[in-house]
Design a binder for this molecule. Structure first.
Ligand code: G
Ligand code: G
Ligand code: MN
Ligand code: NA
Length: 254
């Protein structure tokens, strides 16, 4: 496949970049973290989003290499901002199910933390709910191994999978991310609102941080705020931006 070869070259030539989407603490209004999102700066086609190339990376066996690059880049960037005197930010990195199952993942995360000098508590790995379904015992073991490194674990796209709620007790996660699909319809569809409320209540009762994703307008913000949601992410606040733009946001904020 032509795209495979192009992706190989993209990695060699440094055409991948990370953009960072702010996550806000609604009590203080301040940025508490960012989610790192990969893009491909294609020499001819311009900026390409991950939905178009991550599946290809996964099917051609390149995801492991690119995933390592993402992790290294994200941790180095977090340290860089700190070194510039900016306040510490949580750095969230997405891991696909395939990446989560790759041999040596825990060792890799450990190595990247050591190499970057990043405090592990500021790294959050976003995992998808589908992992839980596939091989729960092994997943729990890997999660515990990752927790021993001191990193945070988040369940991404929460509510869209089929995981039994009772599993949530057994998985050592720190936070859950309410899926965009519920947030989108939250103020207009009773069922979406009810689901979001239930997830917030459950998160609260289990002592988990709960962040709403895909917040795009003031009515969604208002609804979520009323339901006690303290962390939000979405286009209402900011798209994913370059590292330089993010540093400017932080400087303006403080
Ligand atoms: O940034 P955007 O909304 O286009 O991302 C689309 C999808 O790609 C999302 O599901 C997101 O989790 C995923 N994604 C973005 N960056 C990464 C990455 O670095 N690694 C993995 N595994 N997935 C990513
Ligand atoms: O699967 P994951 O949650 O990692 O996906 C993150 C994706 O969601 C990114 O591609 C990001 O660009 C996108 N995203 C972030 N905020 C919003 C938003 O407010 N609205 C929409 N439609 N997409 C968003
Ligand atoms: Mn995510
Ligand atoms: Na998500």
């Amino acid at each position: 496949l032509a795209l495979e070869g192009e992706l190989h070259r993209a990695l060699e030539r440094g055409e991948f970049e990370l953009h960072y989407q702010p996550q806000l603490n609604m009590k203080t209004g301040l940025m508490i973290g960012v989610e790192a999102l990969i893009r491909w700066q294609h020499p001819a086609k311009g900026l390409i989003g991950p939905a178009l190339f991550i599946p290809v990376l996964e099917s051609c066996g390149l995801m492991e290499l690119v995933g390592e690059w993402v992790l290294r880049q994200a941790c180095a960037q977090q340290r860089d901002w700190l070194n510039c005197g900016l306040p510490p930010l949580r750095m969230a990195v997405n891991l696909s199910a395939q990446q989560f199952r790759q041999p040596g993942l825990v060792e890799l995360v450990h190595e990247v933390l050591c190499d970057s000098g990043m405090d592990p508590g500021w790294l959050e790995l976003e995992l998808t709910e589908s992992l839980i379904l596939e091989d729960a015992e092994r997943t729990i073991q890997t999660m515990h191994d990752l927790k021993k490194l001191g990193v945070r674990l988040a369940l991404d796209d929460f509510g869209t999978g089929y995981s039994s709620l009772s599993y949530l007790r057994r998985f050592p996660v720190d936070s859950i991310k309410i899926d965009q699909s519920f947030v989108r319809d939250i103020a207009t569809q009773a069922s979406a609102g009810a689901l979001a409320r239930a997830i917030l209540g459950m998160g609260h009762n289990l002592g988990l941080d709960t962040i709403a994703e895909g917040v795009e307008d003031a009515s969604q913000l208002g609804y979520l705020r009323k339901q006690g949601c303290n962390e939000m992410q979405g286009f209402l606040f900011s798209h994913a931006v370059t590292a330089q733009e993010l540093a400017l946001f932080l400087l303006e904020e403080r």
